[in-house]
Design a protein around this ligand. Structure first.
Ligand code: PMP
Length: 360
């Protein structure tokens, strides 16, 4: 079965690769096979493609120079890499596990919060890391204060880049993954303002100026560059589309009772976290799946751990509400019709689950 793209509402987990991105990648999986480190013509062609992609990433991020971009295997690697540079640090309470786990391992502190408002570190630290858009609930965080909180600021912009307006003026480092905005999986980048030399995370050959060893993933990098170029042209349109569908879904759910949406003061329209009292998120996901709709009960990275949303923990959401958490995340191929159909499927699934529970 080929899943229907318009019924896929899990774009925060991953986006389908845009066919235009696939087209740009294909030659590098075929006739253009060179290793960009080779000095012959095949290598030079691959190298040129990599550098073109680097320029496209830099342009989307508003980086001053392409040399500020280092390619990685994704945002997890980029996040790990930055956090490993500093002896002390503080991270937001809503961070992705690829930030939170390294912070824990290194004994970094966690910033306090009052709802979605983050509080400054309690003691001086050498770096602070706060994501731009939260992956479970779509909350946007203001990066501007970070400058005042530590000498170095990092932001995980994985759920923001190519989607919402991003001002990297406030940060020194930013991490991203291609597959969250219609590029391929397994490739991403770290933005380093001013291209400072970092202690490598991966040692070996001299690729990426000696900063990140390993033969470059040329097709993936080309795909990342292509996704950046599309995002530059289509970001506003995508944003408006997601805003429209999100509002529509909320409206279509009004007939249900005992549910609420998690709404941040500043919100990305691409993510909608819904809490349905008296249900279980995973069961809802399976019930929607049975009807051909794809959503998520938590981020893919924390699947298997029920009630494990970092955001719900940070917000002190009661377990009775947190159990019924469902994440809907919008993308280019969703339509008004498929969103209305999703709402209908949700209304009936929630109602029947609650009825079943009453009779259990
Ligand atoms: N940060 C955030 C906010 C994410 O949503 C994700 C993907 N779930 C990552 C980092 C990690 O990205 P990847 O798995 O591509 O390394």
């Amino acid at each position: 079965m080929t899943p229907s793209r318009d019924r896929y509402f899990d774009h925060a987990a991953t986006t389908p690769v845009d066919p235009r991105v696939v087209r740009e990648m294909l030659p590098y999986l075929g006739e253009a096979w060179g290793n960009p480190s080779s000095i012959h013509a095949c290598g030079r062609r691959a190298k040129q493609a990599v550098e073109h992609a680097r320029e496209r990433v830099a342009e989307l991020l508003g980086a001053e120079d392409p040399s500020e971009i280092v390619f990685t295997a994704g945002a997890s690697e980029a996040n790990n890499w930055v956090l490993e540079q500093f002896p002390t640090g503080a991270v937001g309470p809503f961070e992705h596990p690829s930030v939170a786990a390294v912070a824990r391992k290194r004994g970094f502190s966690t910033l306090g919060n009052d709802g979605f408002a983050l509080l400054p570190p309690e003691s001086p630290v050498e770096m602070v890391s706060v994501m731009a858009v939260q992956n479970e609930v779509g909350a946007r965080f203001d990066l501007a204060p970070l400058r005042n909180w530590a000498p170095v600021a990092h932001s995980d912009v994985t759920q923001a880049v190519g989607k919402v307006e991003l001002d990297l003026e406030a940060v020194d480092f930013a991490s991203l993954s291609a597959h969250k905005f219609y590029g391929p999986m397994g490739v991403g980048a770290l933005y380093r303002r001013g291209a400072p030399a970092l202690e490598p995370l991966i040692y070996g050959g001299g690729q990426e100026g000696g900063q990140r060893a390993g033969t470059l993933n040329v097709p993936g990098i080309v795909g990342l560059g292509a996704a950046c170029a599309l995002a530059l042209d289509e970001r506003q349109q995508d944003f408006d589309h997601a805003s429209h569908l999100r509002a529509l879904l909320l409206d279509e759910l009004q007939a249900l009772d005992e549910w609420r949406a998690v709404e941040a003061p500043s919100q990305s329209p691409f993510v909608l976290a819904l809490l349905f009292h008296g249900t279980v998120g995973e069961t809802l996901v399976l019930e929607l799946d049975r009807q051909g709709f794809f959503a998520s009960a938590g981020s893919a990275c924390s699947s298997g751990e029920p009630h494990s949303w970092a955001s719900l923990r940070a917000l002190d959401v009661d377990e009775s509400w947190g159990r019924g958490a469902l994440r809907i995340s919008f993308g280019r191929a969703n339509t008004t019709d498929s969103t209305r159909d999703l709402a209908a499927a949700l209304r009936s699934s929630v109602s029947s689950l609650r009825r079943l529970k009453q009779h259990a």
